[in-house]
Design a protein around this ligand. Structure first.
Ligand code: ADP
Length: 415
């Protein structure tokens, strides 16, 4: 089956075409055929398309909304210029998989999209006011373009964490607020944590029930996940993606009293504080320079910038704290798995996170670590290390494509 995977943001649309089917999933023989991104939808959009094995095509085109953007994507996919093997018309796309950010308690696994599911995703808008409406735009655009004849599947960022026990997901605020408003920790990046957990199991030749690990998704957004017997039992993001680790522009954990204090001291409104914590904090806020870890590492190395150094230290320290607490919660783990833009590509950050964790049985091999970057996958611990340390590039799109096939064929999910 040719699956179109769609990930719609407020002004962006990312897509991949993945050829996969049940036998291909079993043998890991699925193929990425094309991918692309459209940014700045609503004005002069920037487009980058890439059919596998060819160089990327870039252009700028005015696209007024997601419907126009998807139309543009589909016309390219079936064009002779793209020449994607096996795809000549709309009928050659067999199903569509959508990334949906928030599924709350309603969606604990991926589902075929129906009117009822759309209503359910709308009900979760309160919890993800920026993300779910954008995901819905993608779903509506695909319905308009492809009609109801082609199956569409929603894959939720939250659903992998639906196995968390109450003791992990409840906040210590009055219990009736959970009853009344479902205020609790949901967790995000679930598709990424689930994918790298699955890859780890494959690499180790073990069963799902034997998978006891800590996964660290460190990208622009960052989160940690404690996986016990193959299931998420705790994660660092909460009701929204603001909680937990220090991120590109998000603060992660802070004392909630800071909000009221800021209102008094700076005369800020609640909306401004929300923007401050989500868009002006994290690496950007601390360093005053950038939200990009690459630039911070360069600043520290080339100019001995004190704030850049401090920012990196705080980022790594927060990750260490979560590793420590999850090791306690899991009664030890077999592996730490790094993924995401920083986790996959930065030996420096991985090294600084693991430094000083030898007492916990975490010993990194520096030369193995230094070589592991740019899409490589493997182990980077010393032979004597009790806990393995792995780098596994994430592939959320592949997991969305596979879930789409499983839902369409009503096959059981094995991970
Ligand atoms: P997202 O969370 O938006 O999916 P990614 O997982 O792609 O983002 O991560 C993007 C971030 O990864 C960049 O902002 C940058 O900070 C970081 N990054 C990418 N490559 C490197 C590198 N070689 N060294 C350090 N950080 C990197």
């Amino acid at each position: 089956m040719n699956i179109l995977v769609l990930n719609c943001g407020s002004s962006s649309l990312k897509f991949q075409i993945i050829e996969t089917d049940l036998p291909l999933i079993e043998t890991d023989a699925d193929m990425q055929r094309a991918k692309g991104i459209i940014e700045r939808i609503g004005s002069q959009a920037l487009i980058t398309f890439e059919a596998s094995g060819k160089s990327p095509v870039k252009q700028a085109v005015p696209l007024r909304d997601h419907r126009a953007a998807l139309d543009f994507v589909v016309r390219w996919i079936i064009s002779p210029e793209a020449a994607i093997p096996g795809i000549r018309s709309l009928a050659d796309i067999h199903a569509i998989g959508h990334r949906v950010v928030h599924g709350a308690e309603k969606f604990t696994r991926s589902v075929i999209i129906s009117d009822e599911v759309i209503n359910g995703i709308e009900d979760c808008i309160d919890l993800a006011p920026l993300h779910n409406p954008a995901n819905l735009k993608g779903i509506h655009a695909a319905l308009e373009l492809f009609g109801t004849g082609i199956p569409q599947v929603a894959v939720f960022d939250t659903s992998f964490h639906s196995t968390m026990p109450e003791k992990s997901f409840l906040y210590a605020i009055p219990y009736q607020l959970y009853r009344r408003h479902k205020i609790r920790r949901y967790g995000f990046h679930g598709t990424s944590h689930r994918y790298v957990g699955y890859r780890y199991r494959q690499l180790m030749h073990i069963e799902r029930e034997q998978t006891n690990i800590i996964t660290l998704h460190l990208g622009n957004g960052c989160s940690a996940c404690a996986i016990k017997k193959g299931e998420s039992v705790d994660t660092s993001m909460g009701l929204t993606p603001l909680e937990g680790l220090v991120m590109g522009t998000r603060s992660g954990d802070i004392d909630p009293s800071i909000i009221e204090y800021l209102m008094h001291k700076e005369g800020m409104g609640i909306g401004e504080i929300d923007t401050l914590l989500n868009k002006q904090s994290g690496l950007l806020g601390l360093s005053g320079l950038t939200n990009d870890m690459r630039d911070l590492i360069d600043e520290e190395r080339e100019h001995q910038d004190r704030r850049a150094k401090l920012t990196i230290e705080i980022f790594c320290q927060r990750v260490k704290k979560y590793i420590g607490s999850y090791l306690a919660e899991l009664n030890g783990a077999d592996a730490l798995v790094f993924t995401g833009g920083i986790g996959e590509n930065s030996p420096t950050i991985r090294k600084r996170i693991c430094e000083g964790l030898e007492w916990l049985g975490i010993e990194m091999d520096e030369s193995l670590n230094a070589e592991m970057r740019a899409g490589k996958e493997g182990e980077v611990q010393k032979q004597s290390s009790r806990v393995k340390i792995l780098v596994i590039p994430t592939n959320e799109e592949l997991l969305i494509a596979r879930d789409t096939v499983r839902c369409v064929k009503d096959a059981p999910r094995r991970w």
